[in-house]
Write a protein that binds this ligand. Structure first.
Ligand code: FAD
Length: 497
């Protein structure tokens, strides 16, 4: 009889584990708490518009890249899925005509930055050269290191030997520190504020070099369709899926995971249990704090070194064609929007690039303020005080007012249709402090690559973005595959894709 595996969480990682295990003869059941699969990779409707909840850029869209093969295996990308390649990655707008665009074409970017800041010509050239070098770096995605044999390890050591120098050199530098190489205050602002506070330079270069090498793009139809394709693939293989099935507990007897208990009390048995939910939720809530996982516990206790990613976002419905406006527009302003701190910039993303997402001549624009744990604490307090709805409305209006300073012609064509805060992500994903991605990779933090095993707990694996530094969709699919490979190895099943 085929072995039964329960996979908790129907996000990209959980579905990926389920697909690979199904292909290897296992009897799989995915349990998802929400009515829809996808987890953080989702989208929804409001007032006749589609609001995309995730993909701003996806790594692995180029058929020649190693990650593409994984997206193909799980049905997320196929040759007929159109990819939008974003030329203008984003535009930074400091007001008073101080503006430049981050182009995905490196030569065009070098020219743009040099025209904007001729005093930094040399530093800009060096930066572009560094990005070019990173274009050659690919993390191994076929097999986890713990399953590699000597030949695999030698191969990696050989192909990546030159890369380690650059990876090590840039891992311990924050983007803010690197920005000091530039004289121009706006270029410095761009580099130091691109991601979260203290973000390390290596992670920035690795991500950005995928964009410049044309391996970063946006699949047509957005995040919900992307996740639904993975679900369809899984169901087509005969996999079982139950939505609206929140798991309350992982059942452990004598150090062996035996199955789960749903929140409605139903007990389900299995030979293996995989948790692809946020790591802290798995450890504290589902395993009731009975097991330690040092790598996660240490990070949780050092919040400043390992902050989380979260957002406060307002979505606008705009009755106009925005195709000529920047796709991603970071606007700086003088009167701050005060939440956990004073925010002096917000990013506005217009979804007009995808015709399948514009409904009835309307385009959605999302305005985002980025934050960390403190943004969550702020909203938590506001909720306790009973001011949650009013404050959400106030912030959304302020974000809209800023947008209209740049596009006054849209004044009578725009409506606020949704507002999200860290509390939204916490409720929807069980993400600690409203996080939707792994820990931020700061320059002080250690890199993370965990095998998902918990000491003292057999027949159990943890999967998902929390096992790899920074998180994101590639870590979700990679860890999903690795978990299936580890289970196959334990059961002496020859892994096939
Ligand atoms: C606004 C935003 C923008 C993003 N942009 C990008 C981007 O441009 N590129 C990129 O690569 N990534 C991006 N991401 C991140 C990306 O979406 C996530 O990294 C990825 O989807 C994580 O997948 P996962 O399966 O590891 O985890 P999750 O998506 O968190 O999946 C876990 C699943 O478990 C379910 N669950 C939790 N608890 C339980 C329980 N007790 N019982 C049953 N089910 C449970 C959850 O509902 C969820 O479906 C973005 C995310 C957001 C929110």
């Amino acid at each position: 009889m085929n072995k039964k595996v329960i996979i908790i969480g129907g996000g990209v990682s959980g579905l990926t584990t389920a697909i690979y295990l199904k292909k290897n003869g296992y009897d799989t059941l995915v349990l998802e708490q929400n009515p829809e699969v996808g987890g953080a990779c989702t989208g929804w409707e409001r007032k006749g518009c589609y609001i995309d909840g995730s993909i701003h850029w996806l790594v692995g869209v180029n058929p020649n890249s190693p990650t593409y093969k994984l997206w193909e295996d799980v049905g997320a990308l196929t040759p007929d899925v159109k990819i939008f390649e974003q030329d203008d990655f984003y535009t930074l707008d400091f007001g008073k005509d101080k503006k430049f665009t981050i182009w995905s074409d490196l030569k065009k970017l070098q020219k743009e930055l040099t025209n904007f800041a001729p005093e930094d010509k040399k530093a800009i050239k060096k930066f572009c050269k560094l990005v070019k070098r990173f274009e050659r770096i690919d993390a191994p995605v076929k097999k986890p290191v713990d399953l590699m044999n000597l030949i695999d390890l030698l191969k990696i050591g050989f192909t990546m030997a030159g890369d380690y120098y650059y990876i090590n050199k840039t891992s311990k530098i924050s983007c803010a520190k690197y920005a000091e190489n530039f004289k121009n205050q706006y270029i410095r602002k761009w580099l130091s504020e691109h991601m979260s506070a203290n973000y390390n330079l290596m992670s920035f270069l690795y991500m950005f070099s995928h964009v410049t090498r044309k391996d970063g793009g946006i699949p047509e139809g957005g995040s919900k369709k992307f996740a639904d394709r993975i679900k369809d693939k899984y169901l087509s293989l005969g996999g079982k899926l139950v939505c609206k099935a929140p798991v309350g507990k992982i059942n452990v007897i004598d150090g062996v995971a035996k199955g789960v208990t749903l929140k409605n009390g139903q007990v389900l048995d299995a030979d293996w249990v995989v948790s692809s939910v946020p790591a802290v939720h798995a450890l504290n809530d589902l395993l009731k704090g009975q097991f330690d996982l040092k790598e996660i516990d240490d990070r949780v206790s050092e919040e400043k070194t390992y902050p989380i990613y979260t957002y406060t976002t307002a979505a606008f419905k705009i009755k106009d064609d925005l195709t000529k406006k920047p796709l991603s527009h970071k606007i700086y302003f003088d009167t701050p929007i005060s939440l956990e701190k004073d925010h002096f910039s917000a990013t506005y993303r217009n979804y007009s690039y995808d015709k399948t997402l514009t409904i009835d001549g309307h385009t959605v624009v999302q305005a985002t303020l980025s934050g960390n744990d403190d943004m969550f604490y702020y909203w938590e307090k506001i909720k306790e005080q009973g001011d949650y709805k009013a404050k959400k409305r106030e912030v959304a209006q302020k974000l809209l007012d800023v947008y209209l300073t740049r596009y006054p012609e849209l004044k009578d064509k725009v409506e606020i249709i949704d507002v999200l805060t860290p509390l939204t992500y916490q409720r929807y994903l069980n993400g600690r402090h409203g996080s939707f991605q792994g820990f931020v990779q700061t320059y002080k933090g250690k890199s993370l690559m965990h095998n998902g095993k918990i000491k003292g707990l057999k027949n159990f694996y943890m999967s998902g973005q929390w096992l790899l530094r920074s998180g994101g969709l590639p870590p979700a699919v990679i860890t999903g595959r690795f978990t299936a490979q580890r289970i196959c190895k334990k059961d002496k099943v020859k892994f096939k894709t």
